[in-house]
Ligand binder design. Structure first.
Ligand code: SF4
Length: 447
């Protein structure tokens, strides 16, 4: 159970020594109750209290990592039910299913589609994160050879090995254990043997039981067998069941700190109809899935689900922003145009994209407006003539360019006169109101 600040306080030394950086033990206890600090920051706490407090302070959903290196996927560690309370931390992973009964040609095509699925959106790399290899053949040798093939073709893509046969699992893990795959397929009848394999090869174990009661009993059993990193599957496959089970699991973990269900969830969303599969994926993204298994990676579907996932996993209380600086687009010379906009990510990426489309090498001055768009920041007094003039002076751009012309967004045309007053010697030109007018605007000037 989560402990209250007062309960934690009772276990602290109560000397108010400030070594933890807090003025009193009570202040530290309150922070600890909110999981904003670690008990390790108090050097004088007893070992017994440390053990109790560390267990109580562990995140209600255990963090589990799938894969290694840059493309490893971290799951779990969530602390809230709703994203307006606090940011959702670890975006769910999309895993494409490959059956070991498929032909080598089909497998190669699917692996290639996963490897090439990456897109860049608002500065973030979005992709299909993993491949689940399904032991449909029930043939250990075939499964092992497909695991080998996939891991050779896509050495950086995290893998999920799906089999209920412990010896098949072991044979495949001998090949790829160092890539830290997830072994999925433990159930009530094979729990001991699968737990032993997972322990031996130090991989996380995916656990299946029909219904939440059976699932909690099974995770407790597997934990008792020494496996800590667990991913859970309640057997829900229909939309209604998935919403219901995922919500109950998340509520039990977050609200009740119910450890037997405090693990990342894997949902199987494969459908023959790609549109239905996309809708099922949307359910998983919005309702607490950590791994969503899918059967195809059509580009239209990826674009929709990547975008939704990115939006759900951004902090709704913090506007997305980019660094304040002068960005070079193309290879600008000292004569190239200089434009200015705000540092709201979406504004920056749309404006810079349209400048790129114009094929006119330019400089884009991006001013820190705390992530607000042009009109909002102007209305909030963060994108004013005085602040723009100061930013241009401080940026040092006058040493880089031979002209003194600044192109401002059309939406703040009324600032042009006052910026000219505050930036003596500069000419302020009003650019288009909408970013899609930039290519024509820049090209017409270049002629
Ligand atoms: Fe209290 Fe420990 Fe912080 Fe000292 S370091 S003030 S004993 S919580």
């Amino acid at each position: 159970m989560a402990l209250s600040g007062v309960e934690i306080f009772k276990m602290l030394p109560k000397t108010n020594c400030k070594k933890c950086g807090h003025p009193t033990c009570l202040a530290f206890a309150m922070k600890l109750a909110q999981r904003q600090v670690s008990i390790e920051e108090c050097p004088d706490v007893s070992e017994e209290a440390k053990k109790i407090l560390s267990e109580a302070a562990a995140p209600p959903i255990r963090p589990v990592v799938l894969g290694v290196g840059d493309k490893a996927v971290k799951m779990g560690e969530e602390t809230v039910l709703f994203r307006h309370d606090k940011k959702f931390l670890n975006p769910c992973a999309f895993a494409l299913e490959i059956k070991d009964t498929e032909s080598e040609n089909d497998i190669n095509k699917k692996v290639e589609a996963v490897v090439n699925s990456e897109i860049d959106r608002i500065g973030q790399k979005l992709r299909i994160d993993a491949i689940l290899i399904q032991n449909s053949s029930n043939d250990s040798g075939r499964f092992e050879s497909v695991v080998k093939l996939v891991s050779t073709k896509a050495p950086q893509v995290p893998l999920i090995l799906s089999t209920t046969d412990p010896s098949t699992a072991e044979a495949a893990l001998k090949v790829v254990a160092d890539k830290r795959p997830l072994l999925y397929g433990a159930n009530e009848s094979n729990a001991e043997a699968m737990a032993n394999v997972a322990k031996t090869y130090k991989v996380a174990l995916g656990v299946y039981a029909k219904g939440l009661e059976a699932l909690s009993a099974l995770t407790e059993k597997i934990k008792g067998l020494g496996v800590e990193d667990i991913v859970i599957d309640s057997g829900a496959r229909k939309a209604k069941e998935i919403i219901q089970d995922n919500t109950l699991i998340r509520r039990a973990a977050i609200k009740k700190n119910f450890r037997p269900l405090g693990y990342p969830i894997i949902n199987f969303m494969q459908r023959d109809d790609a549109m239905v599969e996309a809708l099922m994926t949307v359910l998983g993204i919005t309702k607490y899935a950590s791994i969503i298994v899918i059967s195809n990676v059509d580009r239209w579907k990826n674009l929709a689900t990547f975008t939704l996932r990115q939006n759900i996993y951004t902090d709704p209380q913090v506007p997305m922003q980019v660094e304040q600086k002068i960005y070079k687009i193309g290879e600008p010379t000292p004569e190239s145009p200089l434009l200015i906009t705000t540092n709201f990510s979406l504004t920056y990426f749309i404006v810079s994209g349209e400048i790129e489309n114009s094929k006119v090498p330019s400089r884009l001055a991006v001013m820190d407006t705390e992530g607000l768009s042009v009109l909002t920041s102007w209305a909030a007094g963060k994108f004013t003539a005085g602040k723009i003039a100061q930013f241009i002076k401080d940026s040092g751009i006058e040493n880089e360019i031979n002209h003194r012309e600044l192109i401002i967004p059309g939406y703040v045309a009324l600032l042009s006169g006052s910026i000219e007053e505050k930036l003596p010697g500069w000419k302020i030109t009003v650019g288009p109101r909408e970013a899609n007018g930039i290519p024509v605007f820049l090209r017409s000037r270049a002629q």
